[in-house]
Design a protein around this ligand. Structure first.
Ligand code: SF4
Length: 461
């Protein structure tokens, strides 16, 4: 697979990452606390499992590439105060949730969940477990910043039932780390990785990033050599999205230090070849995992799903998100909390929930979401299956999308016949572009409602 330059230029355009459909900029302010509370009550389907997401927005320092909703602070009291409100939100949602529903997944993200000290990790985890009915096999995962991490925090996580960890690495090169204000030498990563292995975490993921300042093929070869020597179970390789108009602190990255388009593509290609050569299976857009990993099994059995946390193995779970900026999701609805921690705490203090935006999906949204999920997760759309499920003639319903897809077919990114639309090996580099053909919001302007943002997306390649 060697995408030529003209192809890369042609398809490098702004586009959603499709962690939801419709994408988050389409959420609107006409969906608030009342609507979310009612939706929780009405969607208590005992057969649907629950996935919980907890957002800890605090970080010690600011990484200049950061795209997350976070607050850099040295004041630990802020986190202690925040946790009081987080627990109140958890209590409010748990009170509306049927106790017969099983929690199959819990994920702590941020910010930096390991900003919390061991005592608070134990306290918050036991609070959540006391309010929900956990499946004994639940996947319980946490994002970890190796800098400043203590062994006692790893012990607290393990004793609280965490069985998966995701370590933020991005790049091991010193010059790259300096340019993005995230210094963490290899010896530190190795030590922290060792702690999680010794504590018998079932799966350890490492997050890497391409497109950071000063990255070259040579520097990245050295990074990947050290990382693969540790043999993590999963690797997520994200493309750096330079969106300084949305994330002002990204202006601290010197634009001319960013790798050019060719280097970025060469890095992607090298990563793909190297990781596949080491036996990792490429999953979806940007994940790699060992063949026995759950995420690979889910891809094989077509139960892989995509949500705000990326790829997940739980296709039909409702997501209850807690904390500032977190997003909840049922089959019909998305609901997003206030982003600023202070505003979030104020809303929880007054109303127990902090929903400021949301979206109730139409039948067309759900149908298109189904197609986009099949593309992004399964890499194939079964036209007959979609047609039967939604009682439509696929080719009629998606006539415009299929027209938009034609140039991508001609360029070898997808194959389309009477039964299927298949993403080719080359097309995996352009998954977002392929999905965009089925996005009604991109392809036919729909009127904006109050609180909807004008979408500005990162580049697809
Ligand atoms: S630790 Fe993560 S969330 Fe915090 S600033 Fe760095 S990238 Fe952003």
């Amino acid at each position: 697979m060697h995408p030529d330059h003209a192809l890369l230029v042609k398809y490098s355009k702004p586009g959603p990452r499709y962690t939801s459909y419709p994408p988050a900029p389409h959420f609107a302010e006409d969906f608030g606390i009342g609507q979310w509370r009612q939706e929780i009550i009405e969607s208590q389907d005992a057969s649907r499992p629950i996935s919980l997401y907890v957002h800890i927005p605090f970080c010690d320092t600011l990484c200049f590439y950061c795209g997350c909703n976070m607050v850099a602070t040295q004041k630990y009291e802020k986190a202690q105060e925040y946790l009081k409100y987080l627990k109140r939100e958890i209590d409010a949602v748990a009170a509306l949730t049927s106790s017969s529903r099983r929690v199959v997944q819990l994920h702590w993200g941020g910010g930096t969940p390991t900003f919390l000290k061991a005592a608070e990790i134990r306290d918050l985890a036991s609070h959540i477990r006391s309010r929900f009915n956990f499946d004994p096999q639940a996947e319980v995962s946490v994002e970890v910043d190796p800098r400043g991490l203590l062994r006692e925090q790893v012990d607290a996580l393990r004793e609280s039932g965490f069985n998966r960890a995701s370590i933020g690495v991005q790049d091991l090169n010193e010059q790259v780390q300096k340019a993005v204000n995230r210094i963490q030498p290899l010896s530190l990563i190795q030590e922290v990785y060792g702690w999680f292995r010794q504590s018998n975490f079932q799966s350890i993921n490492m997050d890497l990033m391409v497109g950071l300042p000063h990255q070259t093929l040579e520097t990245y070869k050295a990074t990947l050599k050290e990382i693969t020597a540790m043999a993590p179970d999963r690797l997520a390789v994200f493309g750096y999205a330079h969106v300084p108009w949305m994330k002002k602190h990204q202006k601290l990255i010197v634009q001319s230090d960013l790798p050019n388009f060719e280097t970025r593509m060469a890095l992607q290609e090298y990563i793909l070849e190297t990781l596949e050569g080491k036996g990792y299976v490429h999953v979806g857009m940007d994940h790699f995992a060992t063949p026995e990993d759950e995420i690979v099994k889910a891809q094989r059995s077509k139960t892989l799903w995509r949500n705000f946390q990326g790829y997940t193995t739980h296709r039909n779970a409702d997501i209850y998100g807690f904390g500032a900026s977190s997003i909840s999701q049922t089959n019909d609805v998305y609901a997003q909390n206030e982003k600023r921690p202070t505003g979030y705490q104020q809303m929880i203090g007054e109303k127990e929930l902090a929903t400021v935006k949301g979206y109730r999906m139409t039948t067309d949204d759900k149908l298109r979401r189904d197609v986009i999920i099949e593309l992004m997760c399964d890499l194939v759309v079964n036209k007959q299956g979609i047609g039967t499920r939604w009682k439509i003639d696929f080719d009629d319903y998606f006539a415009k999308s299929l027209e938009l897809l034609k140039p991508l077919v001609a360029d070898g990114l997808v194959e389309a016949d009477a039964n299927e639309i298949r993403v080719t090996t080359l097309g995996r580099l352009f998954l977002r572009n392929i999905a965009m053909c089925f996005d009604a919001y991109l392809n036919a302007e729909k009127p904006k409602t109050a609180g909807q943002e004008t979408p500005r997306y990162s580049m697809t390649a």
